[in-house]
Write a protein that binds this ligand. Structure first.
Ligand code: NAP
Length: 475
């Protein structure tokens, strides 16, 4: 753990194992922090805050740019650690590291653009001046599926704003977090500005984060259930909260779309990170007029995917995070088949050769998915493309919006008017239109409904870490 500028063990040297999901082997052990460790980290962050907030935006930007340069310099080593503990193919891990570095550079720049306002008053003798100031100590909790970019998407803007931070990364992926903090240390961040607490049991850390009066803001990325619970408790203590939670993205292919292009896009985005992405398409609505061409292209591409350790050349799809994830995906597939869905490829766990040592599931295409199936409602978080054929374009918007989630959605259409109407009508925070990658450090990322509160990235991202203060001056 990294607390007040020192690398620290847990009390009684307690530790937990980090596993490689490709073969179930133990990579190493890391400190198993408890509530007292979280408290010490919060104390350090609180102590470092007054000096850090006094630095200029230009000084903070310099630290962030140094961290950015180090991240790019070390991208290959970081990607290896990430692949080993998380599973995604090395190339995808490199892409994630560069995406993570983007947030450092973007918020280094945004630090300099935290403008205030001068507001005219109705009184001749009065002026209003608005300032934006750092909220204070930020507690951050991140998930395992994007172990490095979820860290910089929070720490980049928090540090740029002048906040100090305590991070608890996911139990499954603490090693990437540790490497990231070494990089912050090497970038010269003063002691206490960033603190890292690793833990096998997240609950005592979460308890401390939501109850400690020194924490002014909680930022969480993870499941909707945990996010709601923590956000509720933090709100009860009047802490600022932002949450990036689960999704159930519709992917809509209209009759006028190019089915091959849409199928290629779907295959790329659906199987990214073995389907373990919050913006992964979960309901793929395809107009019957283009269904055959779409399914042919999709099935051909999916059948050619090669599963294995992300460190092996030629592997295009890695393992799931653990056995529970394999079981959840398999349960959804069996339920769908039981209710009449057709398996076009895949359809079960992969166990041949060495794959049985890891947590592999065959990339799967299901056709004929319908509303009574679990997969139509539950986030899958696995490599299953669930295709829902439809006929009436007038109904597809209502079907797509019929979920309590509201993170990402995708539209494929060559008709600008139809695409625009869908774009405007979809109750989702991020919409790809003939595009499968609507995420960038420059663009706001976040969800509506049960998918979260607040936005990360973009010029909005830094405001999650700023308070607004008005001064009324009588002159
Ligand atoms: P999760 O179980 O909610 O865990 C997320 C983080 O919360 C982990 O660090 C976890 O620690 C911690 N946590 C769990 N219970 C806690 C508690 N009682 N107190 C404090 N912390 C607690 O979610 P996950 O399975 O890791 O992540 C997958 C979910 O994240 C999916 O639903 C996905 O859609 C969502 N996600 C959303 C976005 C987005 O931007 N909207 C991005 C990525 C992922 P442990 O690891 O120790 O359990």
């Amino acid at each position: 753990m990294y607390i007040n500028g020192n690398w620290a063990a847990a009390a009684d040297n307690a530790s937990f194992e980090v596993l490689n999901p490709a073969d179930g082997s133990v990579i190493t052990q890391v400190p198993d922090g408890d509530g007292a460790a979280a408290r010490a980290a919060i104390d350090a962050a609180a102590e470092a805050f007054p000096a850090w907030r006094q630095t200029t935006a230009y000084q903070r930007a310099e630290f962030l740019m140094r961290a950015h340069a180090l991240m790019l310099e070390r991208q290959e080593a970081l990607a290896r650690v990430l692949t080993e503990e998380q599973g995604k193919p090395l190339r995808a891990a490199m892409t994630e590291v560069r995406y993570a570095a983007d947030f450092l550079a973007w918020f280094a720049e945004e630090a300099k653009r935290v403008y205030g306002e001068v507001i005219p008053s109705a009184r001749a003798d009065q002026r209003f001046i608005v300032l934006h100031q750092p909220v204070g100590v930020v507690a951050a909790i991140t998930p395992w599926n994007y172990p490095i970019s979820m860290i910089t998407r929070k720490l980049g803007p928090a540090l740029a704003a002048g906040c100090t931070v305590v991070l608890k990364p996911a139990e499954a992926t603490p090693l990437t977090a540790i490497e990231t903090f070494k990089l912050f240390e090497d970038a010269g961040l003063p002691p206490g500005v960033v603190n890292l607490v690793t833990a096998g049991d997240p609950r005592p850390i979460g308890d401390e984060f939501v109850t400690n009066p020194k924490v002014r803001k909680l930022t969480f990325t993870g499941s909707t259930a945990v996010g709601k619970m923590l956000a509720g408790r933090a709100a009860a203590n009047m802490k600022r909260v932002s949450c990036e939670l689960g999704g159930h993205a519709p992917f809509i292919v209209l009759a006028d779309a190019d089915p091959e292009h849409a199928a290629k896009g779907l295959q790329l985005v659906k199987f990214l990170n073995t389907g373990q992405a919050c913006i992964s398409p979960n309901r793929i609505y395809v107009h019957r007029g283009v269904l055959d061409g779409f399914l042919d292209t999709l099935t051909g591409r999916v059948a050619r995917m090669r599963a294995g350790s992300g460190l092996e050349d030629g592997v295009t799809i890695g393992p799931l995070v653990n056995q529970a994830a394999v079981d959840k995906v398999d349960n959804q597939v069996r339920d769908a088949v039981g209710h009449g869905a057709e398996v076009l490829c895949g359809g079960g766990p992969l166990t041949e050769g060495d794959l049985d040592k890891g947590f592999f599931y065959a990339p799967t295409v299901l056709n004929g998915v319908s509303q009574e199936m679990l997969i139509y409602r539950e986030e899958t978080f696995g490599p299953v493309a669930a295709v829902v054929p439809f006929e009436d374009e007038a109904e597809v918007l209502a079907m797509a919006n019929d979920t309590h989630y509201g993170l990402a959605a995708y539209i494929y259409s060559q008709n600008l008017s139809k695409a625009m109407r869908l774009f405007e009508g979809l109750e989702f925070g991020i919409v790809g239109i003939n595009d499968i990658n609507p995420a960038s450090a420059a663009a706001p990322f976040g969800g509506m409904k049960d998918s979260g509160i607040g936005r990360e990235g973009s010029r909005e991202g830094i405001h999650e870490y700023l308070e607004t203060k008005v001064g009324g001056f009588s002159i």
